[in-house]
Design a protein around this ligand. Structure first.
Ligand code: HSE
Length: 306
């Protein structure tokens, strides 16, 4: 095999109470990455989108991730890379993670799978650090592993895969920009014990709800008393979207990653579509452009397009 094409999915991180430790892969949207082996050393990147991302591999998230993998292999040849990003950078649904994870999973498969998922994640992390300036794996890990994952420890990349009941997911991406680095800088560095107790009770409740396929428990646990009160101020329409979505039957939801995208979980597609309408109404009234998705969980993560 000399060439491979993969789709690399968007991801939701945090899932309200699980800041930096929970993430889930979505079926849509996804980037498309095509990799072709070549004899000459080096990585040649071409973008088929309009996001003006750097093509210099040392400045490109995918390039940095792939280079870190090739360094570990002492690889003497190179790759031509074609990237079509459909996940807009700065959307809060794991655009940089899709680039970094997609390219290393694709290259690994092309090279006969020399690395396991944990090793791939550590290569991809180099790209994510370039993007956000911080080491967090809650978008990368679901992209590499698929489904819902818990990052129990980021330093050692202790990744726990968690089963889920079927879920429908509605996402709205208001077309405003929030930089992850800024959205992290404004967070409190100390939190009251009472808030911490509420938060870890909800994380435990949420994970138990997923494992026991208990929608009511998932719904009761989808709360964030630490991050959301700070970051939601950056997102016009946040309170309205949340209230209206819950009124029409959402299990719950909140900010996707560092925003500005918002997500809502629901038990069935009818409710998910209704939530989409409510979200659109809020942003139409605000006069802010948006993109919406009604989707489900990708249990595969990055996957080859045959
Ligand atoms: N967990 C990270 C954050 C995800 O919320 O800052 C950033 O996409």
């Amino acid at each position: 095999m000399q060439s491979i094409k993969v789709k690399s999915p968007a991801t939701l991180s945090n899932l309200c109470c699980g800041f930096d430790i929970l993430g889930i892969a979505l079926k849509e949207p996804f980037d498309i990455i095509e990799l072709t082996q070549r004899d000459q050393k080096g990585i040649n990147i071409q973008h088929l989108d309009d996001f003006s991302l750097p093509t210099d591999p040392a400045k490109n998230i995918a390039g940095v991730a792939l280079q870190s993998m090739l360094d570990a292999l002492n690889y003497t040849h190179g790759f031509d890379v074609i990237i079509e990003k459909k996940i807009k950078p700065g959307s809060g649904i794991g655009s940089s993670a899709a680039s970094a994870a997609g390219i290393v999973v694709a290259a690994n498969q092309l090279l006969g799978n020399p690395f396991n998922k944990k090793q791939l994640l550590s290569f991809a992390m180099e790209g994510e650090v370039l993007a956000s300036g911080s080491r967090h794996a809650d978008n990368l890990a679901p992209c590499v592993y698929g489904g819902l994952v818990l990052i129990r420890d980021t330093a050692s990349l202790d990744i726990i895969e968690i089963n889920t009941p079927p879920l429908f997911i509605t996402v709205i991406h208001p077309q405003i920009e929030i930089k992850t680095s800024f959205a992290r800088k404004i967070l409190p560095t100390e939190i009251p014990l009472r808030s911490a107790v509420t938060q870890w009770a909800n994380v435990a409740g949420l994970v138990t709800g997923f494992l026991q396929l208990d929608y009511a428990l998932i719904s009761r646990s989808l709360h964030d008393v630490i991050i959301e009160p700070v970051r939601s101020k950056l997102i016009p329409g946040f309170d309205d979207v949340k209230k209206k979505s819950i009124d029409v039957g959402a299990l719950g939801g909140g900010i996707s990653g560092s925003g500005p995208s918002l997500f809502m979980f629901s038990e069935n597609e009818k409710i998910a579509n209704q939530i989409e309408l409510e979200m659109k109404t809020v942003y139409n009234q605000l006069g802010i452009d948006y993109k919406t998705y009604v989707t489900t969980i990708s249990n595969k993560g990055v996957e080859e397009i045959i």
